[in-house]
Design a protein around this ligand. Sequence first.
Ligand SMILES: [Zn+2]
Length: 159
Amino acid sequence: MFAEAMAGLGTFKTMLDMAKGLKDINDAAVRNTAVIELTEKIIAAQAAQAALIARVGELEKELVRFENWETEKQRYQLEELPPGILVRSLKPGMENGEIPHKICANCYEKGIRSYLHNRGQSHGLTHWKCHTCGFDEKTGKFIKPVVNRGNRGGSGWMA
Ligand SMILES: [Zn+2]
C-alpha cells in the first residue's frame, strides 16, 4: 500500500518533468507523441489513485467493524453447556434491550457475532445450530423416553 503510494508520487514527478519538457520540443510529431505518452500516464495515475481511495475506504470500514466488535464482544461470556459444549452467552446486565440469547463460540473467535439457533428440545436435550459455521450440537442430559406403544408419529423433536 505504502509502496504503491510512493510509486504514485514518482509517477507524478515523471509526468511533471514531461509536461515541462514539452515546450522545448520543436518537432510537432515528436511533441504529439510526447503528449500522447503523457496523457496515457495521467490516465493510469488517475486509475491508480481511484484504486487507492477505494482501498482506504475499505480499510476505514474494516476499522469501524473491528472497533464495534471490540465493544460488542465484551457483552458475552464463555459458558459450558453439558456435556462440555462451549458457547457464548449474554452477560447479565448487558442485554441492551435484546432478549437473552447465545452466540457461537467458534464464530466469536473469528470476530463474528452469529446467533446460536435453538432448533428444539427433546428428552432433556437442546439442539443448537450456527448457520454461519455449521456448528450443530445437542446439549443437556439425555432423559430416556418412556415407551408409549400408541405413539408412532414424529421424530421426537418439538419445533
Ligand atoms: Zn458459528
